[in-house]
Design a binder for this molecule. Structure first.
Ligand SMILES: C[S@@+](CC[C@H](N)C(=O)[O-])C[C@H]1O[C@@H](n2cnc3c(N)ncnc32)[C@H](O)[C@@H]1O
Length: 278
């Protein structure tokens, strides 16, 4: 990660860090799956809950509303996200850390619920299920590991990013050639079940397709600029980035129809898993 910083108004953000303000432009839509995931967690009054990849604290806030008496904490690898989360929920402990190596401070106090909304797709593909298993192994019987990930690898919004990246002779072609962003398709439901069931008494898996009504095609681009487009545009110079975004927008205009009221519907499939430790 570069050490360059940019002013965000409230503080300073490292270049290539997540941008909490950009992410929060679609806060309501991004938080809805956190509520839908929470609704399926079969625990009524947990003592200890951790929001893994808490982002700007929007998912953590959902947990605090449901379980005001629980000891809830959040962790995330982005300084900008952790800053925003701390400002939003001053009574919650937020910690900077990398999921790949992070563990709760006091191993004897078991975590009743590990919660993770829209995070594990950012973990390299081969590490995802071993990492989830590692967290489940830390839990006592009855503990819950609940996560949601976007399942949009094949959606036009994401296919068009890859198509734009592989255009020949563009200012971004060489930069992106050897670093086609990783965000590989998430593991299948069968792979998830087979990996986790040896540790679990039950696994509840489902998909939901959200249909987000956005103002226009530009809003689709704004949406993904906060998440999936970042690995494509973050490595580019300002000029190459501008060209990439324009070429991407032109494709988005071709593949998403305009509705009768001028709006554009962004179909967004998401995968949910609630696993209970045996
Ligand atoms: C799409 S946001 C989700 C934020 C929030 N949980 C929500 O419900 O909207 C993904 C978050 O995962 C974090 N993240 C990605 N990789 C991580 C890692 N290896 N360790 C910790 N956090 C990570 C990012 O910094 C980002 O804040």
């Amino acid at each position: 990660m570069s050490s360059t910083t940019t002013s965000t108004g409230a503080g300073f953000r490292q270049a290539n860090d997540w941008n909490a303000n950009q992410y929060l432009k679609f806060e309501e839509e991004r938080t809805r799956p956190a509520r839908d995931l929470l609704a399926q967690i079969p625990v009524s009054s947990p003592r200890r809950v951790v929001d893994l990849g808490c982002g700007p604290g929007n998912s953590t806030e959902v947990l605090v509303s449901k379980w005001p008496d629980a000891q809830i904490s959040g962790m995330d690898s982005s300084p900008d996200m952790i800053d925003k989360a701390g400002a939003r929920l001053s009574s919650v402990k937020f910690e900077l850390g990398d999921l790949n190596t992070w563990a709760p401070a006091n191993a004897d106090e078991k975590v009743d619920v590990f919660f993770s909304n829209a995070v594990f797709q950012w973990i390299p593909s081969e590490k995802r299920l071993p990492l989830i298993s590692r967290f489940i192994e830390m839990q006592a019987p009855g503990g819950v590991f609940a996560f949601q990930v976007p399942d949009n690898f094949l959606e036009p919004s994401h296919a068009m990013m890859r198509e734009t990246a592989s255009e020949a002779n563009k200012p971004w072609t060489e930069v992106l050639r050897n670093r086609q962003p990783a965000l590989a398709r998430f593991q299948s439901t069968q792979e998830i079940y087979d990996a986790l069931i040896p540790l679990c008494s039950s696994i509840n898996v489902w998909h939901t397709h959200y249909y987000h009504v956005l103002e226009n095609h530009e809003a689709v681009v704004e949406w993904v600029k906060g998440t999936g487009l970042r690995p494509f545009i973050d490595p580019l110079s300002e000029e190459a980035r501008k060209g990439f975004v324009e070429a991407y927008l032109a494709r988005i205009k071709k593949v998403y129809p305009v509705s009768v009221d001028g709006k554009v519907i962004l179909k967004y499939p998401r995968l949910f898993v609630v696993a209970v430790r045996k």
